[in-house]
Design a protein around this ligand. Structure first.
Ligand SMILES: [Cu+2]
Length: 617
C-alpha cells in the first residue's frame, strides 16, 4: 500500500524551493476569477437516477492567497454558465447513479486529456482527448462507493507522470456515497501549480480547497464531535499529512481510481499519513480537547513562507515571526475546536518538572548551524554554548503529568511542537496559534522560557521538534525523540533502541543522520532476547524504508506501533523487516535477535542513505 519507489522518495527532496521573489505580472483582464471550492455543494442536476453535468475547462485568474493578492493564469474546471472553481465542481452522487456529462475544452491553445469520468470499482481507466474548442459527451454509472478524483491535464500526459511544470489546477473531487448515504463529512483537496521561470526561479501555489495558508478555511468543530474527512491529493507530489494534538483513524485508502474501505480491526490510528500522487484517504477523529489545532503537510518546503507566491527575501524575519499567518504558508489548515457546553477540564495533579534548553554551539560537520535541545541532568543547566551530537531523548511516563520548562538560549525565537502527543492546545507549540481566543501561546523569545504542560495519556514513541524557522532550525538539529513508558517501567538501553533520522543540511543530495551520526560504529545487541526498535523520521522531507538485513536477506520483525499508538492486533504481525517512514512518522517493532551479523539500512540497500552494522552475540 505504501511502496513508492525510492525515486519518489528522493523526489520529495527536490521540492518547490523558490529561489527568488518575482513580481506578479497581473491578471489578464478578460479572464474569469476562480472561486475557491469548499466542496460542500455537489454540481449538476439530478433527475431520477441520472446526474446531468456540463463541465468546461477554461483559462481563469486564480488568487490562492488574498482576494487582492498575487494571481496566476491557470486552466480550471467550471460548470457551464458558472465561474471556474479550484478544486473543480464537486461530483457527488449515490451509488447506482448514472452520470451524463458533457466536457468542453474552452482553452484556445491547448489540447486537454480528461481522466476520471468513468465507472468506479471496475478498474477501468479512461482518457478523453479534447483539442482546443472540442467537446464530448460521456455517460457512465458512478460505480462503487468511495473517494475519487477527476482531472484534466494539458497536452496528453499520462495520469501519474512526474513533470517539471505542475499545472494540477484542473481537478475535482468525485464522491460516490453508499446506498443510504454517508455520515456528514468534509472533502479536502490539495492542488499545486508550479512553474520553472528560469534557472533559479520557481514560482508555485499550494492549496487546500483552493487556498493557501493563512487564506485556507478554518474548520470548526465542538468537543465530542465525530469529524470525518475525505482527503484527496490532486498533485504529483507526496504529502505526509499531519494532525496536531489528536489521532485520526484511517477508514479507507484509495489511489484515485479505486478505493478500499479498511476491514474493521485493521484501521490504524495515526497522526501522519502520506498521500502519494492522486491518492485519497477517509479518516475520522474526535476532538476531545478545545482550542486551535492544525492539519498540515509535514514536508517543510510545503509550509514555510518561502512557498508563498511572492516569497520573502532571504534574511527576512518572516520565518521567525510570532504571527502564524506570517511564519507558515502553503498546505496548512487551521482547526478551531469549541468547548462543549458544561465541559470541565480534568484535574491534572502534581507535575514532574523537566528543564530543556534550546542551545546553539559551534558549527559541526556540514550543517551551517549547530543546535540541540539539551536536558538539564544535574543541579545546573548545560553551559550556554554546549550542544550534544543529538537532542536529548526524553523518557517520560504514561499518566504522569509533566511540565517541560523550555528555556531559549538562541539569538532567535523558538517554538517546540510535541508531535503525536495528545495535550492541551496552549502547549502544542504553534506560536500565535496554539491556545484559544486571545489566550495564544507566544513564540519563546531569546532568553525567555515557556512551560509545556503534558499529561501523556499514551505510552509509545513520539517526536519533539521546532515549529519555527522550520527548515533552518530542523537541519541544525532542533528535533528529538520522546519515549513514553508504562508506569513502573524503566528505559533499558540494552533492549530498547531509538533511531531518530534527520538531515544536517537542506542541500542536495540528502545527507541523513541517525541519532546525529552519519557513520555510526556497529551496534552490539545481546542475542536471544527481544529488542524493541523505535524508528523516527523527522527530516524536512522524504519517505524512506528502514530495513534490517542478514547478509543480503531481509529478516523478520514484529510490528508493534505506528506514531505512538499500538497497532490493532490484526496488524501487529510478524513480517519482512522493512518499514516505510515519511516525515513526521514513528514506528515501533520487536526483533527476536539470533546471533549473527546484520545491517540496519535506511533507503535502498544497494546505495543506502544511512546504514549501521548490527552485531548480535
Ligand atoms: Cu506537502
Amino acid at each position: 500500500m505504501r511502496g513508492p519507489s525510492l525515486l519518489t522518495a528522493l523526489a520529495a527532496g527536490t521540492l518547490l524551493w523558490p529561489a527568488a521573489p518575482r513580481r506578479d505580472p497581473g491578471p489578464h483582464q478578460a479572464l474569469p476569477i476562480v472561486h475557491a471550492n469548499d466542496n460542500r455543494t455537489p454540481a449538476g442536476r439530478i433527475r431520477g437516477d441520472t446526474l446531468a453535468l456540463e463541465l468546461e475547462v477554461r483559462r481563469a485568474t486564480w488568487r490562492p492567497e488574498a482576494d487582492s493578492g498575487p494571481s496566476l493564469e491557470v486552466a480550471a474546471f467550471a460548470e457551464a454558465g458558472r465561474d471556474p472553481e479550484i478544486p473543480g465542481p464537486l461530483i457527488r452522487v449515490p451509488t447506482g447513479t448514472v452520470i451524463a456529462a458533457t466536457v468542453a475544452n474552452r482553452l484556445a491553445d491547448s489540447t486537454i486529456t480528461v481522466h476520471g469520468l468513468v465507472t468506479r470499482g471496475t478498474g477501468a481507466g479512461d482518457s478523453l482527448v479534447l483539442p482546443p474548442g472540442a467537446s464530448a459527451e460521456v455517460t457512465f454509472a458512478a460505480g462503487a462507493p468511495g473517494t475519487y478524483l477527476y482531472m484534466a491535464v494539458l497536452g496528453k500526459r499520462v495520469f501519474d507522470s512526474d513533470v517539471d511544470d505542475e499545472q494540477e489546477t484542473a481537478s475535482g473531487a468525485f464522491i460516490v456515497d453508499p446506498a443510504g448515504g454517508s455520515p456528514p463529512d468534509r472533502i479536502l483537496m490539495m492542488n499545486i501549480w508550479g512553474q520553472t521561470l528560469d534557472s533559479v526561479t520557481y514560482r508555485n501555489a499550494l492549496a487546500i480547497n483552493g487556498r493557501s495558508w493563512p487564506y485556507t478555511e478554518r474548520v470548526e468543530a465542538t468537543v465530542g464531535d465525530s469529524v470525518r474527512w475525505r482527503v484527496i491529493n490532486a498533485t504529483v507530489r507526496p504529502h505526509p499529512m499531519h494532525l496536531h494534538g489528536f489521532y485520526f483513524r484511517l477508514e479507507a485508502l484509495g489511489d484515485g481510481r479505486r478505493d478500499s474501505t479498511l476491514p474493521a480491526g485493521q484501521r490504524p490510528m495515526a497522526v501522519t499519513h502520506t498521500l502519494n500522487p492522486f491518492e485519497t484517504m477517509a479518516l475520522t477523529w474526535v476532538p476531545d480537547r478545545a482550542g486551535n489545532w492544525l492539519f498540515h503537510c509535514h514536508i517543510g518546503f510545503h509550509v514555510v513562507p518561502d512557498t508563498r507566491m511572492d516569497p520573502p527575501p532571504s534574511g527576512s524575519h518572516d520565518r521567525m515571526a510570532h504571527d502564524p499567518t506570517v511564519h507558515m504558508a502553503g498546505l496548512v489548515l487551521g482547526i478551531v475546536v469549541h468547548p462543549a457546553a458544561g465541559g470541565v477540564e480534568p484535574a491534572r495533579g502534581t507535575a514532574r518538572r523537566l528543564r530543556l534548553f534550546v542551545q546553539e554551539g559551534k558549527p559541526r560537520a556540514r550543517a551551517p548551524r549547530a543546535m540541540a535541545y539539551v536536558l538539564q541532568r544535574g543541579a545546573r543547566g548545560p553551559a550556554p554554548d554546549s550542544i550534544e551530537a543529538v537532542s536529548s531523548l526524553l523518557v517520560l511516563t504514561r499518566g504522569q503529568p509533566t511540565d517541560i520548562v523550555v528555556r531559549n538560549r538562541l539569538q532567535e525565537p523558538a517554538a517546540i511542537h510535541w508531535h503525536g502527543i495528545e495535550l492541551e492546545s496552549f502547549s502544542d507549540g504553534v506560536a500565535g496559534w496554539s491556545g484559544s481566543g486571545r489566550h495564544l501561546a507566544p513564540s519563546i523569545q531569546p532568553g525567555d522560557s515557556f512551560v509545556a504542560r503534558l499529561t501523556l495519556p499514551r505510552a509509545g514513541t513520539f517526536i519533539y521538534h521546532t515549529h519555527m524557522n522550520d527548515i533552518e532550525q530542523l537541519t541544525s538539529g532542533l528535533y528529538g525523540g520522546i519515549v513514553v513508558l508504562e508506569p513502573g517501567q524503566r528505559f533499558n538501553p540494552r533492549r530498547d533502541h531509538i533511531f531518530v533520522a534527520g538531515w544536517d543540511s537542506e542541500a542536495e543530495p540528502i545527507h541523513l543522520l541517525v541519532n546525529g551520526d552519519s557513520l555510526p560504529p556497529p551496534l552490539e545487541l545481546q542475542a536471544d532476547v527481544t529488542h524493541r526498535l523505535r524508528f523516527v523520521n523527522i527530516g524536512p522531507a522524504g519517505q524512506f524504508p528502514f530495513s534490517l538485513y542478514r547478509d543480503s536477506t531481509m529478516v523478520e520483525w514484529r510490528r508493534l506501533a505506528r506514531d505512538g499508538a499500538d497497532l490493532p492486533p490484526a496488524l501487529a504481525r510478524t513480517g519482512p523487516a522493512r518499514e516505510w517512514l515519511d516525515v513526521g512518522e514513528t514506528r515501533d517493532v520487536e526483533f527476536q535477535a539470533a546471533a549473527g551479523e546484520y545491517r540496519l539500512v535506511v533507503g535502498n540497500p544497494a546505495k543506502p542513505l544511512w546504514a549501521r552494522a548490527v552485531r548480535v552475540r
